[in-house]
Design a protein around this ligand. Structure first.
Ligand code: MN
Length: 438
């Protein structure tokens, strides 16, 4: 599946710290897949709050939707680098063609894993008999040592495994005694779980993994946290068991993802994963020039997808929020500093970034649009300290404060000493910011 999103970053301001630890709920945003009757997908990663779960770096959930309404799926040949795609359907049938020469049908309960290390191209079209499309499209980031791997395609049909309260289909990794033979470049877990009505199950998992639960149907509780349909619940490493509860009279269905935290910074743009902006530019140029890096897809009736224009700004690397850190009485005082190269202020504890407030300068205005503090730093008042120091610095530099971020807006409201240095958020500012952030 191709990422046809034109404006890859939504404005999102995370709430101030103090939110309960435990399962983090990642809400989906709707992204049209393109075409005249665009299929809407619900994307949960990547988003600002989280880029990866293990090496899983992209999760789109779509349908169930009737094909006459959307025209189904028709994604013309497009390239990939530095990743594997995992296609998993709940209903419908999709015809896959790639530049390795693969021509395969993707069916419910059958996993197709395509490797596009150095470069591959593929097309995906729902078959004429398909009346409903419904499934997930997942990407896996390849680690440094393997990210230029050769093209590959693997197919696996996991046998359903019955446990008390649920049926499991383990397509990657192992769970509840069921193991997938499919090779991956980093340890991964991927499984469909169908929970019976009023079922509670506890699954033993690798405590070194982080996990994500994407709800396809129904509503479940993951370790006590309610997850609605299309939401992704994130559980940090350190737990050896996950408990899933379905309180409803109907079954619930979910996808469980997992893997050890992926520590590398990645640069994602369109359908490419790389490590630097320049690598993205090179991959885009080669796709546009139709070099043999990506090869040709035979049998697709139509043109290839052109790459969208590159953004004006340098594409910044993404990585996850800081891993959980133990803080205790001996931890030193937090330090706030302005990081000009990244257009943000950071708050650091013992040299590690614990939070940031990001800004853009528009003339004499400093527009604060996003604040986040890593909640794993169990210390009160980090966001307030960060924002207070940032506002003092902006004011001292002769800047007008524009509080687009709701957290900064609340802070300014509670601290009237900044009122004289604050400008209202205007539609012009919001429009300018949207363009600026591309
Ligand atoms: Mn694709």
């Amino acid at each position: 599946m191709s990422n046809t999103e034109q404006a890859p970053e939504a404005l999102r301001c995370t709430p101030p710290p103090g939110a309960a630890a435990g399962v983090e709920v990642l809400e989906p945003r709707e992204v049209p897949l393109g075409g005249p009757r665009a299929l809407l997908v619900r994307r949960t990663i990547p988003q600002r709050a989280r880029t990866l779960i293990g090496a899983w770096c992209f999760a789109d959930h779509y349908g169930p939707v009737a094909v006459p309404a959307t025209g189904g799926m028709d994604v013309a040949p497009h390239p990939h680098t530095g990743l594997q795609t995992v296609s998993w359907l709940f209903s419908g049938e999709i015809e896959h063609r790639d530049s390795l020469g693969t021509h395969a049908l993707i069916r419910p309960g059958e996993m197709n894993l395509m490797t596009g290390g150095r470069g591959i191209a593929h097309s995906e079209v729902s078959t004429p008999d398909t009346t409903v499309v419904h499934g997930v499209q997942l990407w896996v980031a390849l680690p440094e040592a393997d990210r230029h791997a050769d093209r590959d395609f693997q197919h696996h049909v996991p046998g359903p495994v019955r446990i008390d309260g649920a049926e499991l289909r383990v397509f990657l990794g192992s769970l509840a005694g069921s193991a997938s033979p499919v090779r991956t470049f980093t340890p991964l877990l991927g499984a469909q779980i169908d929970l019976d009505p009023h079922a509670t199950i506890t699954l033993d998992v690798d405590a070194g993994y982080e996990h994500g639960v994407l709800v396809d149907a129904g509503e479940v509780r993951l370790d006590g946290t309610a997850l609605r349909r299309a939401e992704l619940g994130y559980a940090a490493p350190g737990t050896a068991a996950l408990t899933l509860v379905n309180d409803a009279d109907a079954p619930a269905r979910l996808i469980l993802l997992g893997g050890p935290p992926f520590e590398e910074e990645i640069v994602m743009w369109w359908n490419f994963i790389a490590r630097t902006h320049d690598e993205i530019v090179e991959a885009r140029d080669e796709w546009e020039a139709a070099t043999d890096r990506f090869g040709a897809v035979e049998g697709y009736p139509g043109d290839r997808l052109p790459a969208p224009p590159l953004p004006n700004a340098v594409i910044m690397p993404r990585r996850n929020p800081l891993p959980p850190k133990r803080t205790d009485d001996r931890a030193s005082e937090p330090v706030v500093r302005r990081v000009d190269a990244e257009l943000l202020y950071e708050i650091a504890i013992d040299g590690a970034r614990a939070g940031l407030t990001a800004y853009r300068d528009r003339g004499d205005q400093r527009i604060f649009y996003h604040t986040e503090v890593d909640s794993s730093f169990a210390r009160k008042g980090l966001a307030a300290t960060l924002v207070e120091q940032a506002l003092l610095d902006a004011r001292a530099a002769g800047k007008r404060i524009v509080p687009v971020c709701p957290y900064v807006a609340r802070f300014v409201k509670r601290h009237p000493e900044f009122a004289d240095a604050t400008d209202q958020v205007s539609p012009q500012v919001l429009h300018w910011l949207e363009v600026e952030l591309g």
